[in-house]
Design a protein around this ligand. Structure first.
Ligand code: SIN
Length: 332
């Protein structure tokens, strides 16, 4: 259901998906014992001033705890974003979202839309019922970014900091400033309604593979890609179980594996051997580092038997591989 909040010349659309920002706790002092995704997105906007010359329109796309994010919600979100971005008077979009998978949704939307207007995900670490909720200021800052002339691409705004969808990741379980952009650093900051930009916005439209958006919308199911972590005493038995499922004709057989590798992309030998068996059986396998910072650097003159994904985190590598497989002939 859409609701007009205020009349104006340009619009910012606010899409609600749930999260702690829409959470309710029984006691106002409780910042962790709450249910996420309870308060409607229109209510989240009450008392928040729109940027000058902007009217707001709120639409509830989902109402979930983002740990339970699904391809159904992602598909709907991508469709609503594409619809609103095509409206000439829409300056940008704000998405209220849980913090737990915000980086995945941001990366997914950037990968399928690469929008030439801003799509700004925002969130909160404290529920709406907290004594001092952080959501309202985050929403206000996100509206400023979404209304900013020249802004484009998918970004996240939290605790006054603007992060690119490519770099953002949740790094803290409790602090209000829970996100980081790793080595790349934030795109900028929002200070008293003004954006101080340090880097350029994420790339626009040309980056999206041709037809990817349509294939993503039309596919009955998306390719199944699993993440497996390499660690002390890692085994290949989970890979072998997945291969066995494929052989037995499972309804959704594994099509891709992301190996969350140690350090500069190394794997426990047992996991590596199993991963190579998976590769021979037609499963796409890539390596991402499980390190919180840095990228996998290729070794000069050494061919990679399992390709690496550079700086992508395992969860973003999973999305990148799933979208790549969506475009491959076997899953089309
Ligand atoms: C969620 O991700 O939906 C719950 C946790 C949060 O938003 O901080």
């Amino acid at each position: 259901m859409a609701q007009d909040i205020r009349d104006g010349r340009r619009r910012v659309i606010v899409l609600g998906t749930g999260g702690t920002i829409a959470g309710r706790a029984a006691a106002p002092g409780d910042n962790i014992g709450y249910a996420a995704g309870q308060v409607g997105v229109s209510d989240l906007l009450s008392g928040i001033e729109a940027p000058d010359g902007i009217s707001l329109l709120a639409e509830q796309v989902a109402q979930i705890d983002s740990k339970d994010m699904t391809s159904v919600v992602w598909r709907e979100l991508a469709l609503r974003c594409a619809h609103w971005l095509a409206e000439p008077d829409v300056a940008g979009i704000v998405i209220t979202h849980g913090t737990d998978t915000l980086e995945e949704t941001a990366f997914f939307l950037q990968s399928v839309l690469s929008p030439h207007k801003p799509v700004v995900l925002t969130c909160a670490m404290r529920p709406a019922t907290a004594l001092a909720p952080d959501g309202p200021q985050n929403v206000r800052d996100a509206l400023v970014v979404a209304a900013m002339p020249g802004a484009h691409g998918v970004v996240a705004v939290c605790a006054g900091t603007v992060h690119s969808a490519f770099d953002v990741r949740k790094v803290h379980t409790y602090r209000l400033d829970a996100f980081d952009s790793g080595d790349a650093g934030p795109l900028g900051y929002v200070e008293e309604g003004v954006v101080r930009l340090h880097r350029s916005w994420p790339g626009a439209a040309a980056d999206v593979a041709s037809g990817l958006f349509e294939r993503m919308i039309e596919a009955r199911t998306w390719p199944r890609v699993e993440i497996l972590v390499s660690h002390a005493e890692a085994r290949g038995s989970i890979v072998d179980s997945l291969l066995q499922e494929r052989r037995l004709g499972a309804a959704e057989p594994v099509q891709g594996l992301v190996l969350a590798a140690t350090g500069n992309g190394t794997l426990h030998h047992a996991l590596e051997e199993a991963a190579l068996r998976a590769q021979s059986a037609g499963v796409a396998v890539v390596r991402a580092t499980r390190c919180a910072q840095g990228r996998i650097l290729p070794k000069a003159g050494e061919a990679e038997s399992i390709p690496s994904v550079g700086a992508l985190t395992p969860v973003k590598a999973r999305i990148a591989l799933m979208l790549e497989l969506l475009g491959s002939p076997s899953t089309a």
